[in-house]
Design a protein around this ligand. Structure first.
Ligand SMILES: *Cc1c(COP(=O)(O)O)cnc(C)c1O
Length: 359
């Protein structure tokens, strides 16, 4: 079978080494003679997987012991609830910036627990930019932002200097570039964009934040961060398979390093943005300074060509380029594991399509 170039926004492309290790482990996990999906999560072989995955996150992000790293279930969407449940009392206010569908969902959920102050929004221009001039009141319980807006293709390349705890949804750009993790009190990321398969969510919490800012309400055990931290992601059965794949992806990320990963991601994104800007048939939909390196949104100037272009992409084994159902157009996701050749094939297909229309 010909190689398929996977531009899916998530679940998304993973490094071949993680896929190969998973296939092997499904047959015989760590020499146990058992499949990865039929072993006890309390076995010493599997406990080693969770502890290595946890340590790799700490190593890659240079986190010290002030931080706890856990793998939870329920997706990034569960964090929209767990964060305010754990940190926002009814009479308190949290600040949020509204930069797209996921940010709006986080805002909606926070409203079930306390007061929400939307300090800025890019809703006025269909979320095609990152708001920059805003202030976060110093009495906010925390400030929540979304570093990469997967659906609209905008990315925050710098974070505001806020005087309150900083929380970020990094689901779709974590491990794509270096950043100063010590500025954050809580970071979360659903695995299925840049880290692993669906089924687990990485949560990184500064322990002092958890100890001093916790809400006063009673929190059901499964929705409380503390028991998950105290039990090293093993309060209940974790997502055994998903964490295993994350561990292998994290090994691959650590070996490359975030500096080099950023360089590779920049090169890939520039290649595609340059073609979008040069090609007479296509236009990018996002403010240039806020263009995401992970999710690249663009449209055909003549919408009638869209179906034909997608058909040509299919012929060229280019997959996953249709824009999110809520925005339409085209979207190419260039996550860490996507090789540059895939971007080159997409670019040459865009050139070929342009040539066919100029005749
Ligand atoms: C995909 C995504 C989510 C939702 O993740 P689930 O794991 O499906 O809940 C949240 N935030 C961002 C930025 C995303 O890209």
């Amino acid at each position: 079978m010909n190689k398929v170039h996977n531009f899916s926004a998530g679940p998304a492309i993973l490094p071949q080494s993680a896929i190969d290790a998973s296939i092997e482990a499904l047959k015989n996990f760590s020499g146990t003679g058992l499949s990865l999906i039929e072993v006890s999560h309390r076995s010493k072989e599997y406990e080693a997987v969770v502890s290595e995955a946890t340590q790799l996150v700490k190593d890659i992000l240079k986190l010290n012991d002030d931080y706890a790293v856990i793998f939870l279930q329920g997706g990034a969407s569960m964090q929209f609830d767990m964060i305010p449940y754990n940190f926002l009392d009814e009479n308190e206010t949290a600040a949020y910036v509204s930069t797209g569908v996921w940010a709006k969902r986080a805002i909606k959920e926070a409203g079930f627990f306390g007061k929400v102050n939307v300090v800025a929004s890019s809703d006025d221009k269909n979320f095609s930019y990152i708001p920059k001039d805003y202030t976060v009141p110093s009495d906010s319980k925390y400030f929540h932002c979304t570093s990469n807006n997967t659906i609209y293709g905008t990315e925050m390349f710098s974070f505001p200097d806020v005087k309150v705890p900083l929380i970020c949804d990094m689901s779709s750009d974590i491990f794509s570039r270096p950043f100063d993790a010590s500025k954050f009190d809580l970071i979360y990321a659903g695995a299925q964009k840049n880290m692993g398969p669906a089924g687990t969510t990485l949560v990184i919490i500064k322990k002092s934040f958890l100890e001093t800012k916790k809400a006063k309400r009673k929190i059901p055990t499964m929705l409380d961060y503390t028991p998950h931290i105290e039990n090293g992601s093993m309060y209940n059965t974790p997502s055994v398979f998903a964490i295993f794949v994350c561990m292998h992806t994290l090994r691959w990320i650590k070996e490359i390093g975030l500096e080099k990963m950023e360089m590779l991601n920049k090169t890939k994104a520039e290649l595609l943005y340059n073609e979008i800007d040069r090609n007479t048939l296509f236009t990018g939909t996002v403010a240039k300074e806020d263009r995401s390196r992970m999710n690249i949104n663009f449209v055909l100037n003549n919408k009638d060509y869209e179906e034909e272009f997608l058909k040509l992409c299919k012929q060229k084994n280019l997959s996953g380029l249709k824009g999110h159902r809520s925005v339409g157009g085209l979207r190419a996701s260039l996550y860490n594991a996507l090789p540059i050749d895939s971007v080159q094939v997409l670019v040459s297909t865009m050139k070929e399509f342009e040539a066919s229309k100029l005749i």
